[in-house]
Design a protein. Structure first.
Length: 78
C-alpha cells in the first residue's frame, strides 16, 4: 500500500474541506486541523497514488480560488 498526506493551510479550512470531501474516494480521508486541511490518501500502486494526489491538488486549488473569489465578492457588496 502506498500512502501520502497532503496538508494545506487556508483562511476557511472547514469550507475547503467541505468542498473537497464529495470527491474523495474510499481511499481518502480529509480532516481539519486548526487552519489546515489534511488529507490522507492510500492507493495500491505508486502510479495510482500519483494520479490521486495530482487530482486532489487541482481540486484544492480550485476550491481555494472559489472561496477567495466569493469572499472578495461578498466584501465588495458590504
Amino acid at each position: 500500500m502506498r500512502r501520502a498526506t497532503v496538508r494545506t493551510e487556508h483562511a476557511d479550512p472547514q469550507l475547503i474541506a467541505a468542498a473537497l470531501c464529495p470527491d474523495n474516494t474510499d481511499e481518502m480521508r480529509t480532516t481539519v486541523e486548526g487552519d489546515a486541511v489534511v488529507t490522507h490518501i492510500e492507493r495500491e500502486t505508486t502510479g495510482g497514488l500519483q494520479s490521486t494526489v495530482d487530482d486532489y491538488v487541482v481540486n484544492v486549488d480550485v476550491a481555494d480560488r472559489v472561496v477567495q473569489h466569493a469572499d472578495r465578492h461578498s466584501k465588495s457588496k458590504s
